[in-house]
Design a binder for this molecule. Structure first.
Ligand SMILES: Nc1nc2c(c(=O)[nH]1)N[C@H]1C(S)=C(S)[C@@H](COP(=O)(O)OP(=O)(O)OC[C@H]3O[C@@H](n4cnc5c(N)ncnc54)[C@H](O)[C@@H]3O)O[C@H]1N2
Ligand code: MOO
Length: 425
């Protein structure tokens, strides 16, 4: 790959992946591991459910004792959390609550609604009458019917979502081995940028890329270790990158520096100027719209740097296509790309053969495009004007996803199907 040559999006992604070093493997409490990627399989320690337990508030019974109008002697009560296992002679019942361990002698639970007490109260004290019998096994959640002890609940390479974390906690897994979260520093560049809340003077704009990139990092479970702004001053930008590379952000340094802006051919494009002398850093014109200019590589004895274009939508698209997979790859994730869904285009738009087009779209399941098809399905319409995407930070904020129009496709016509990455929920 030549510096500043035209490369496909796939080739640029492959080259970036080849630069990745996976982060250290560390042990964490399951409760502290949300969003991290498992370095080893996590195996259920307990059966789920752990005990035969009741799915209903009612009476633990022997199914063979039941019949319409039959009365059973009530021996007592087993609430959830009780360790009691009362003996149940024939013709007896025990009040039992949802989640409570079912007595060994019982083989069914009859919901309280299918019973009557002698005194008209909901719950019988001494004798309960059966209104509608249940079959053997009814309303008992069997040990291991969900998951057996010894089952791999989450394989190495899996990211711990809240649901996976909860599954591990429920199955008695206390600690997991995970890849440490990559430490990411963010640098935005541009002398035209003013801080949020400051009133822009002529030529200035409110800075938004740091909000975008820090937020996208949080959406992938990472808190940036530093967010800095460099003016368009080459010496200052070089000094800031060197400072971050030396690990002066905090005592532990960073694994990745993400920059936005300043990578074009302009006289003030300071990130390009600062990185041009770095032997491990490559620049390329990637065949993708938006997000064509890209520069990345490893600083000498230092972290990986990925320099994204400054246009806000170009930066966001570049993050989705190139940075997110790198962040997950650094953590050994088995899956580094989001799934794609098919959606019907609700409008015509122009494409360009030879470029992967990544168009921010609004997606719904009954929108304008729904009228062009018989069955309800996902529809997408451009969230920005397809002729001017890269700067359209406002329209981009209304998008739910990115339509991906392949390099060989060109124009898209209403009613055609396009793959979409959903990002907005
Ligand atoms: N002669 C050429 N000019 C440009 C080319 C080219 O190939 N030849 N490519 C264009 C494309 S495509 C892109 S993308 C941009 C990339 O330029 P930079 O990465 O150098 O970005 P900047 O010039 O610094 O900024 C571009 C644009 O984005 C705004 N911006 C930058 N940072 C922020 C921020 N933190 N928050 C909000 N907005 C930001 C900036 O004001 C500019 O409007 O180059 C084209 N030009
Ligand atoms: O590549 Mo630029 O990101 O099209 O606007």
């Amino acid at each position: 790959m030549n510096d500043d040559g035209l490369v496909s999006a796939a080739a640029w992604g492959d080259w970036l992946r080849a630069q990745i070093a996976t982060t250290a493997v560390v042990e964490r409490a399951v409760t502290e591991a949300h969003g991290l990627v498992l370095a080893e399989d996590a195996v259920a320690r307990y059966d789920l459910p752990l005990w035969a337990n009741s799915a209903m508030d009612g009476y633990a019974v022997r199914a063979a004792d039941l019949g319409v109008g039959v009365s059973l002697r009530v021996l007592g009560e087993v609430p959830a959390g009780s360790g009691a296992d009362p003996e149940m002679p024939v013709g007896c019942a025990v009040r039992i609550m949802t989640g409570a361990a079912v007595p060994t002698d019982a083989d069914a639970v009859i919901p309280v609604e299918r019973t009557r007490s002698a005194d008209g109260e909901t719950w019988a004290r001494d004798t309960v009458q059966i209104l509608e019998p249940v079959a053997e096994g009814a309303n008992i959640r069997r040990p291991g019917e969900d998951t057996r002890a010894g089952t791999v609940l989450a394989a190495a390479g899996t990211r711990l979502t809240a649901a996976r974390q909860a599954a591990l906690a429920a199955a008695g897994v206390e600690r997991v081995r995970v890849h440490a979260a990559p430490r990411v520093a963010v640098v935005v560049t541009g002398s035209e940028l003013c801080a949020p809340g400051q009133v822009p003077q002529r030529g200035q704009i409110p800075e938004s890329n740091s909000v975008l990139i820090a937020g996208l990092l949080r959406e992938v479970g990472l808190e940036p270790v530093a967010v800095r702004h460099s003016r368009d001053d080459a010496a200052g930008a070089r000094a800031l990158l060197a400072e971050l590379a030396r690990g002066m952000v905090d005592s532990s340094g960073c694994d990745l520096i993400l920059t936005t802006g300043g990578i074009g051919p302009g006289t003030h494009d300071v990130v390009r100027i600062a990185l041009e002398s770095e032997p491990g850093v490559r620049g390329a014109h990637v065949a993708v719209r938006p997000g064509a200019p890209q520069r990345a590589g490893r600083l000498t004895d230092g972290p990986l740097v990925i320099a994204l274009p400054g246009n806000p939508v170009s930066a966001a698209v570049s993050f989705e296509l190139f940075v997110r997979p790198v962040l997950l790859g650094m953590q050994g994730a088995a899956r580094t790309e989001r799934p794609r869904v098919q959606a019907v285009a609700g409008a015509d738009w122009r494409g360009k053969v030879g470029r992967l087009q990544v168009l921010p779209v609004r997606v719904d399941d009954a929108g304008e495009a729904g009228r062009t098809v018989d069955a309800p399905q996902l529809c997408c319409v451009p969230a920005v004007n397809p002729r001017g995407v890269s700067h359209a930070v406002g329209g981009h904020g209304t998008a739910d996803g990115y339509a991906l129009v392949a390099e060989d496709r060109g124009d898209v016509r209403a009613g055609e199907t396009v793959p979409v990455i959903l990002v907005g929920s």
